[in-house]
Design a binder for this molecule. Structure first.
Ligand SMILES: [Zn+2]
Length: 398
């Protein structure tokens, strides 16, 4: 029997967990402790997952067994709900990916629980270099309601979030129809003007997709679409807080302007996330390399990112180290806010067979200088799902 004591992330109460091999045998409430660096908090919700550990949702040969494996793999990283994200491709290829995810949900309880909806990121994005990011230009196109309805049918109604660039003539009407049909609309991969962004929000858009990424290398000082989205109170900002995609200063600005209630961290993790360091010459992202520090770059250099490769929990130490957030506020960003959008806010039920939680160590004193990577102050110790400890060697991926 292994005994773990951890403080509740909001109340500070100590929960004592007795683990009999991997099953939670008992859960006892102890008096609150003021000290201690081991915490217990709800599981995470990730609105942008392209793949994981060698499995990619856009892979034309992806099997239902692989999608199920991906769901289990996400859970071992502490994610209880995630949106499989399908990116810009031909109509057939997108439809095929959507169909396969819908099939997996229809046949597998694991997939139904883990993937409440699908995020379609594209193909109605900006064709400009920078905003377009890695989305293939030959498949970028203006929004089409007929095509979107075709996608929604292929997905068996599962598309719950759509990322669009709102600068096309038909964008306003298109966004309105999407929102009326119950789909959340997020602005992203865009070169829109302030007026176009305001109109998109009037039409019902409520989110920004990975704000600060998928943008031009250089922008006019003002106005520009970053200020426009930051200043728009009706937009919640999704951000990739993995330590590579955004400088800490930008992250802190977003947190101060938007407040923790209107920020959501996403991983945007690709199929190379969780893979061992090394070169991967033939992937859907091209010839890429996973570096020792987990950074995913275009092969042969160390500067240009090829995508994200870190599970969502990596955002936690970076948000905490921003010094603007408490642990409960950080959990709003990685769990409660995205969960609320899906109507699935993760909770911790104090019952040995029903507990879903992660146990982690946070030692802020280890982030003593700006040069220290905050990840060194954080350790994910246990991921518990339905009272079972899922902790595996998978989490060594930092
Ligand atoms: Zn993107």
């Amino acid at each position: 029997m292994k005994v773990v004591r951890a403080r509740h992330y909001v109340t500070g109460e100590t929960w004592q967990l007795a683990l009999d091999s991997d099953a939670l045998a008992s859960l006892t409430l102890m008096p609150p402790e003021d000290e201690g660096s081991i915490w217990l908090a709800p599981l995470l919700v990730d609105l942008q997952v392209n793949g994981l550990r060698g499995i990619d949702f856009l892979d034309p040969d992806i099997t239902i067994a692989q999608i199920e494996k991906l769901a289990v793999s996400l859970q071992t990283d502490g994610v209880c709900h995630a949106l499989p994200t399908v990116t810009t491709q031909s109509k057939d290829r997108i439809s095929q990916a959507l169909k396969q995810i819908a099939r997996a949900k229809a046949t597998s309880l694991e997939c139904r629980e883990t993937f409440p909806a699908i995020h379609l990121e594209g193909p109605y994005l900006s064709s400009e270099i920078g905003p377009r990011g890695a989305h293939p230009i030959e498949h970028i196109r203006p929004p089409s309601w007929d095509e979107f309805c075709h996608f929604q049918e292929a997905a068996d109604g599962n598309i719950g979030l759509l990322t669009v660039a709102p600068e096309y003539d038909q964008s306003f009407k298109f966004i309105q129809r999407c929102c009326d049909s119950g789909v959340l609309v997020s602005i992203g991969h865009t070169a829109a003007t302030g007026e176009q962004i305001a109109r998109a929000v009037d039409a019902g858009a409520t989110l920004s997709t990975h704000l600060g990424n998928g943008a031009h290398g250089s922008l006019p000082r003002h106005p520009n679409y970053l200020w426009d989205q930051l200043a728009e109170e009706r937009l919640t900002a999704m951000i990739i807080a993995d330590g590579h995609h955004l400088p800490d200063e930008f992250l802190r600005c977003v947190l101060r302007v938007k407040d923790h209630s209107r920020v959501i961290a996403v991983s945007d993790i690709t199929g190379l996330g969780g893979m061992p360091p090394g070169r991967y010459p033939d992937t859907s992202l091209g010839d890429v390399e996973v570096l020792e520090n987990g950074k995913l770059v275009v092969a042969g250099q160390r500067q240009y990112l090829a995508g994200a490769a870190r599970p969502l929990w990596n955002a936690i130490p970076r948000l905490l180290a921003s010094k603007t957030l408490s642990i409960p506020e950080t959990w709003d960003i990685v769990s409660k806010n995205p969960g609320r959008l899906l109507g699935l806010v993760p909770e911790m039920i104090r019952h040995p067979k029903k507990l879903d939680a992660m146990v982690f160590e946070w030692n802020p004193s280890r982030v003593s200088s700006p040069d220290n990577d905050p990840i060194s102050a954080f350790r994910l110790l246990h991921v518990i799902r339905n009272g079972i400890d899922l902790t595996t060697t998978n989490q060594s991926q930092a």
